[in-house]
Design a binder for this molecule. Structure first.
Ligand code: OAD
Length: 251
C-alpha cells in the first residue's frame, strides 16, 4: 500500500467530519478536458475572454452558446469515473461535505447528493436578461466547439438563455459560497482533489481549513500552490487514489 494511502486512511479513521474540494482533474478520467492541462486544456485552446464572460455573451451570444452546447454534449456523453463513485461510496458510511468547482453533473450521476457547486452548473440554464430559470432544454448534438448556435429564448421575457455557470468577472453564487465555507470550517479533514489551486476564492478554502486546524490532503498528479499547505500530498489520479482509499478503509 502506498505510504500516502496509509497516512490518509489513518487520518480518516481519526477524524469525524470530512470535506472534499474537487476541480476539473476529478472529471479528467471521464474524458472531460481540464482548463489548464498542457495538451488538451480548454484555456490552452480557447480564449476565456471570448467565451466565458458576460461581455462575450452580449457581443456574440451564438458563439458562446455554441461553445457551451459543445461542452454540454461532452458531459452528456461522459460517465462518472471510479473516483466519483468512490466519493459517493465514502459518503454512504459517514457524512462527507462535497464542494466542487466543476460545472458537470458527474458527482450527482455517481450517486453523491448535496454537492455544492461553487462555479454553477452547466445544465442549470437561466435567462441572461431576467435571470429566471429555464427548463432543461433539448440540445442540438454537435461535436464542433466553435459552431454558432442561437441560444433559446426565455419564455417569460424573450431574453437569451445562458448556461448556469459562473463566468469570469462574476461573483460566486452567495449561498454556495457560504455553504462551502461552512463545510470546510466544520471539517477536521479536507481532501483537495484535482484542482490547480489558481482560481480564487475557491483556491483559498484549503488554507482556510488548515488555519482552523484541519488536516489537508491533496490528491493530484502534479504539484500546485495548495501543495505547501497540505499535510499529505498524494501524487496520484482521482480515479486511482479514491477507490484505493475506499478499499483501504473497508479493511
Ligand atoms: P484546472 O484545469 O486549472 O486544474 C486541473 C488540475 O487537475 C491540475 O492541477 C491537474 O494536475 C489536475 N489533474 C489532472 N488530471 C487529474 C486526475 N486524473 N486526477 C487528479 N487530478 C488531476 O482546473 P480547476 O482547478 O478545476 O472556473 O480550475 C478552476 C476553475 O478555473 C474552473 O472551475 C473554471 C476555470 O476557469 C470557471 O469556469 C468559473
Amino acid at each position: 500500500m502506498a505510504e500516502e494511502l496509509i497516512r490518509v486512511a489513518a487520518h480518516w479513521h481519526a477524524v469525524r467530519r470530512v470535506a472534499v474540494l474537487t476541480g476539473a482533474g476529478m472529471s479528467a478520467e471521464s474524458g472531460i478536458p481540464t482548463f489548464r492541462g498542457a495538451h488538451n486544456g480548454l484555456w490552452q485552446r480557447f480564449d476565456p475572454m471570448q467565451l466565458a464572460t458576460a461581455e462575450a455573451f452580449r457581443a456574440d451570444p451564438a458563439l458562446v452558446w455554441g461553445w457551451y452546447v459543445w461542452r454540454m454534449g461532452m458531459v452528456r456523453a461522459a460517465a462518472p469515473n471510479a473516483g466519483h463513485r468512490a466519493l459517493a461510496a465514502l459518503a454512504s458510511t459517514q457524512p462527507v461535505a462535497l464542494v466542487t468547482q466543476n460545472v458537470d453533473d458527474l458527482h450527482e450521476r455517481a450517486g453523491s447528493s448535496g454537492a455544492i457547486h461553487l462555479h454553477g452548473e452547466l445544465f442549470a440554464h437561466r435567462c441572461f436578461d431576467c435571470s429566471r430559470p429555464a427548463p432543461d432544454l433539448p440540445l442540438p448534438n454537435h461535436d464542433t466547439p466553435l459552431l454558432r448556435v442561437e441560444p433559446p429564448r426565455c419564455v417569460h421575457c424573450g431574453g437569451p438563455i445562458r448556461p448556469g455557470v459562473v463566468w469570469f468577472g462574476e461573483s460566486l453564487p452567495e449561498r454556495a459560497w457560504s455553504n462551502a465555507v461552512a463545510a470546510v470550517e466544520g471539517a477536521d479533514l479536507v481532501l483537495v482533489v484535482g484542482t490547480s489551486g489558481l482560481v480564487h476564492p475557491a483556491a483559498g478554502l484549503p488554507l482556510h481549513a488548515k488555519r482552523r486546524g484541519a488536516v489537508v490532503v491533496e490528491i493530484n498528479p502534479e504539484s500546485t500552490p495548495i501543495s505547501p499547505t497540505a499535510d499529505v500530498t498524494w501524487r496520484e489520479s482521482a480515479a486511482r487514489a479514491l477507490p484505493a482509499l475506499v478499499t483501504a478503509l473497508a479493511r
